[in-house]
Design a protein around this ligand. Structure first.
Ligand code: PEP
Length: 250
C-alpha cells in the first residue's frame, strides 16, 4: 500500500477552550474534498471536548506529548492510556521543542513511543537537524541516530502505527522553509533508512514535512515523491490555511 497522505496540525500551547472549539468547528465545516487524513493536535486538556465535537467527521485528534511512564506518581504528566481513553488516536513524539526545551533524549523518546504503541496510539515521530548540524554536514548522521535510537527496534505493523515527520529545526517557526529539493533529499534518505530498519514495509510509512509549511508552499512540497503530507505549526491555527494545506495534493 502506498503511504497514506496525512496533514497534522500542531497547535502547541495556543488557544483556550472557546478558541479550540471554534477552530475545530471551522475545520470540520471546510473538510469536504480533503485529500489527506487531517489530524488536529490541540493542548491535551481540550482533547476530550474536541473528540466529541469531531465525532462523525473525517477529522482525527492527537496529543502533542505523552509520558514515558505507564501511570503513578508523575505529577503533571499525561499517560498514553489517558489520551487513548478519551478517543484520541495519535500522539506527536520527539518534537524538537520537547528535545531542546524539556531535555528529552532519544532513550526517553523511545520509552514514550513504546507507551504510545502499547496503548494503540499512532505515533507522529519527529526528527530533524539544527542549522549547526546541517552546516557541519551531519544531517544524515543526526537523523539516523534519532530514528534508530528513538524508535523501538521491533514495531508491529510500522506502516500503520508510525508516521515520521522530518522537521529541520532551523525551519520550525522561523518562516524559513526547506526548499522542496532539500526536503525531498532528506525524505529519500529517511525512506531508505526505514526500509533498512523495517524491511519493505518501511516504504509504506508516511513521511511528513514540517517547518514553516504554509498555504502558499504546501503544494510544491507535497508534490515531491517522498513527501506524504505535513506537520503544521503556525499555519494550523488559521482554519482557512490549514484547510488549504489539507487539499494541497495533486
Ligand atoms: C512544528 O512545530 O511542528 C512546526 C512545523 O511549526 P511551524 O509550522 O510553525 O514551523
Amino acid at each position: 500500500m502506498p503511504p497514506k497522505k496525512i496533514v497534522a496540525g500542531n497547535w502547541k500551547m495556543n488557544t483556550d477552550l472557546q478558541d479550540a472549539i471554534s477552530l475545530a468547528n471551522t475545520v470540520i465545516e471546510g473538510a469536504e474534498q480533503m485529500k489527506a487524513q487531517a489530524i488536529l493536535c490541540p493542548p491535551s486538556l481540550f482533547l476530550d471536548p474536541l473528540v466529541k465535537l469531531t465525532a462523525g467527521s473525517a477529522i482525527a485528534l492527537g496529543a502533542q506529548n505523552c509520558s514515558f511512564a505507564e501511570k503513578g506518581a508523575f505529577t503533571g504528566e499525561i499517560a498514553a492510556s489517558m489520551i487513548a481513553s478519551v478517543g484520541a488516536k495519535y500522539v506527536i513524539l520527539g518534537h524538537s521543542e520537547r528535545r531542546t526545551i524539556f531535555g528529552e533524549d532519544n532513550l526517553t523518546i523511545q520509552q514514550k513511543v513504546s507507551q504510545a504503541l502499547k496503548n494503540n496510539l499512532i505515533v507522529i515521530f519527529c526528527c530533524g537537524e539544527t542549522l549547526e548540524e546541517r552546516e557541519a554536514g551531519r544531517v544524515e548522521e543526526v537523523i539516523t541516530r534519532q530514528i534508530t535510537e528513538g524508535l523501538p527496534t521491533v514495531i508491529e505493523n510500522p506502516a500503520s502505527n508510525i508516521i515520521i515527520a522530518y522537521e529541520p529545526v532551523w525551519a520550525i517557526g522561523t518562516g524559513i522553509t526547506a526548499s522542496p529539493a532539500q526536503a525531498e533529499e532528506v525524505h529519500r534518505f529517511i525512506r531508505n533508512l526505514l526500509k533498512q530498519q523495517f524491511g519493505q514495509i518501511g516504504a509504506d510509512i508516511s513521511l511528513l514535512y514540517g517547518g514553516s509549511c504554509n498555504a502558499a508552499n504546501a503544494a510544491e512540497l507535497f508534490a515531491q515523491e517522498n513527501i506524504d503530507g505535513g506537520l503544521i505549526g503556525g499555519a494550523s491555527l488559521k482554519a482557512a490555511d490549514f484547510l488549504t494545506i489539507c487539499k494541497a495534493f495533486a
